[in-house]
Design a protein around this ligand. Structure first.
Ligand code: NDP
Length: 247
């Protein structure tokens, strides 16, 4: 396994769930983590916990839908530490709804965060990674980037985009620029992700669902696996499902 000591790793969506667990785990492995999301207080708490455990963390409050703000995030990481080794493009929202209900505002928000937000991160790190001659972009897609379920037409569309984008990036960047690209595809993870759902029918359909979901640490471990693999290895896709989840 490659050593993560002092690697500079930017994590979007670090204020809860998968991003938070990933920041904690990678900091324990010695990485210097740069924490981005909108909820500054949550990021500050996480930074304090990481530092109390002897790790290094930097908070840069960021709305990923704002391209300039994401540029500022990446520049701050680079100015502070002189390098950017990994971007974990994790921020995402999932306001599921049936298409017939035309929740157009939520469709647009998903495009803005799950698609444009991911592109903003990539656009900001690539010049630095090209210049330094190495890098790794970890995009958090989903099982929803492989399978489409009722209520998930737009959300799945955004995650199919992330999976396709990751494949295209690998084709163009891995050999030519020594930039590795991984698509992480979790099944159901117990996080705050469902809090953005407003469609009553979808919320009702979740009630009485009996299944043990994944924990955020399960996904953090797969991110660690991908980025700590030796440089000759490109961990392309990791699909991690709860044992009891059928689709
Ligand atoms: P959480 O809701 O716990 O975390 C989502 C994170 O995204 C939060 O830190 C939130 O921070 C951040 N975020 C949302 N909007 C923005 C924005 N505009 N700018 C910056 N940050 C933003 O959910 P998860 O941890 O589950 O989600 C992480 C990723 O994992 C998402 O991409 C999700 O699609 C994916 N995923 C999750 C699965 C699950 O079952 N939980 C399954 C498959 C994939 P803040 O609100 O502070 O800005």
């Amino acid at each position: 396994m490659a050593d993560l000591t002092d690697q500079v790793i930017i994590i979007t969506g670090a204020s809860s769930g998968i991003g938070e667990a990933t920041a904690q785990l990678l900091a324990e492995e010695g990485a210097r983590v740069v924490l981005a999301a909108r909820r500054e207080e949550r990021l500050n708490e996480l930074r304090d916990e990481i530092e109390a455990d002897g790790g290094t963390a930097l908070v840069v409050p960021t709305d990923v839908t704002d391209r300039e703000a994401v540029g500022h995030l990446v520049d701050t990481a680079h100015d502070t530490y002189g390098q950017v080794d990994v971007l974990v493009n994790n921020a995402g929202i999932m306001p599921l709804s049936m298409m017939a209900k035309t929740h157009e505002e939520e469709w647009e928000q998903m495009v803005d965060v799950n698609i444009k937000g991911v592109l903003h991160g990539i656009g900001a790190v690539l010049p630095i990674m090209k210049e330094q001659g190495h890098g790794h972009v970890v995009n958090i897609s989903s099982v929803a980037g492989r399978r489409v379920f009722p209520g998930g037409a737009v959300y799945c569309g955004t995650k199919f985009f992330v999976t396709a984008l990751s494949e295209g990036m690998r084709n163009e960047l891995s050999k030519q620029h020594n930039i590795r690209v991984t698509s992480i595809e979790p099944g159901a993870v117990a996080t705050e992700l469902t809090h953005t759902i407003t469609d009553e029918d979808i919320l009702e359909s979740f009630e009485g669902m009996e299944m043990e979901p994944l924990a955020s640490i399960d996904i953090a471990e797969s991110i660690l696996y991908a980025i700590s693999a030796p440089n000759r290895v490109n961990v392309e896709e990791v699909l991690v499902m709860p044992r009891e989840q059928a689709m």
